[in-house]
Structures are given as C-alpha cells and as structure tokens.
Design a protein around this ligand. Structure first.
Ligand SMILES: [Zn+2]
Ligand SMILES: [Zn+2]
Ligand SMILES: [Zn+2]
Length: 203
C-alpha cells in the first residue's frame, strides 16, 4: 500500500470535531490540534510490523537492535536479558564500543591535522615559555607534561600549536574524560549501555 492510499481524504479533528483535510494540513486550521496524516495503526498492524522487524534483524536483512520486555536482538542474535547482562557479553559490548570510539577518534584526529599541525620544537618552546608548569594546577610534574587541545579535537579543534596547552597527566585526563562524555552525548553516541532494563521495571 502506498503512502497515498494510506491518507484519509477527510476526517473530523479529534479535538474540535471540525472537518479537516489531513492530506493538506496536519494541523487543524480551526483549533491548531495535530491531526495525523496517516490512519492510526491497529494493534494487529503494530504487532505484524514488529514481527517483521524481528525476522529481518535475525536474518541479517537489516542492521540494528531490538529490545522488548522479554528479549533483545543484538547483531542478529536473540538473547534473554540474563544473557545480555552476563559479564562475557558486556565485555564484548565494551570492546565494540571502544572500537567504535577509537575509530571516531582517529578520524577526528585526521581532521585536526588537516587544519593544522605542530612541530616538536614548537611544543618544547611552549613548555619552556610556561616554565614546565601545568597550566591548570601550576605544578611541575615529574613525569612530564602532556599536550592538551584547548578546543578539543572531537569538536573540531586543530592540532596546531596555538590550540595546544601543556597540562600534567592528572589534569589532562580529568579534563579529557569529561570532554569525551560530553562529546558522546552531543554526537548521539549515548552514555553507558543501551540496556532497556527500565522496560522490565515498569512491566
Ligand atoms: Zn480542530
Ligand atoms: Zn595539572
Ligand atoms: Zn541492564
């Protein structure tokens, strides 16, 4: 069935009961209420669609994840929640997430280098300029300074010397962790697991 056929030529607005033409407008011209263009799906239709999605996920026709109250499908494998929460599987998931993040990081670094690079000499001069101190805590760390990108690379910062500041390991890692959490949130990577435990909690 085409989208065209799914459209209803006219119906009553659910709120003001005026006749509206959902093919022309989704918003009732009379009261402003939202009227869907499509016919509402019946529970049978919804279930059929869900079953179709599960079938496609399991056969590898489509990629994606599926969660419901009883089980989930990840990478084409159906598993129970206990299986999902097993340390072995969580370890596997962590590995996958780490690989995805490393890949994203590497591609961002490439972009950063395209915007600007720095030499070892420039870096040493910068360290000298600030008397080997960390710009955040002011200490002179025994294990040396690390390069911190002022505008972080994940957000489009360059690798040129004017975007680099010397920080001690402690200050840099404290900051970096925060940056990546932020970046994950902004880029839609999400935080932590995709687990839908809350679904079970409310069921
Ligand atoms: Zn209306
Ligand atoms: Zn420091
Ligand atoms: Zn969980």
């Amino acid at each position: 069935m085409s989208t065209e056929q799914q459209l209803i030529s006219e119906k009553a607005c659910w709120r003001c009961k005026e006749t509206v033409h959902p093919t022309i407008t989704e918003w009732c011209p009379n009261c402003g209420a939202y009227n869907s263009k499509k016919k509402p799906k019946t529970p049978e239709q919804k279930q059929a669609e869900q079953e179709e999605k599960i079938r496609k996920l399991l056969s590898g026709e489509i990629e994606g994840q599926y969660f419901d109250r009883k089980f989930c499908i990840i990478d084409g494998v159906k598993m129970t929640y206990d299986e999902y929460h097993s340390p072995e599987f969580q370890k596997k998931l962590d590995k996958k997430r780490f690989a995805a993040m490393s890949k994203a990081r590497a591609s961002k670094m490439k972009e950063a280098r395209a915007k600007g690079t720095h030499t070892k000499k420039e870096w040493m001069a910068l360290v000298e300029e600030f008397e080997h101190r960390c710009l955040r805590c002011g200490n002179v760390p025994e294990d040396g300074l690390t390069k911190d990108h002022i505008k972080i690379i994940a957000r489009g910062g360059s690798d040129a010397i004017d975007n680099i500041q010397p920080l001690c390991r402690q200050c840099n890692s404290a900051q970096e962790q925060f940056n990546w959490v932020e970046w994950r949130r902004e880029s839609g990577f999400g935080l932590g697991t995709n687990c839908f435990c809350w679904m079970r909690r409310i069921s």
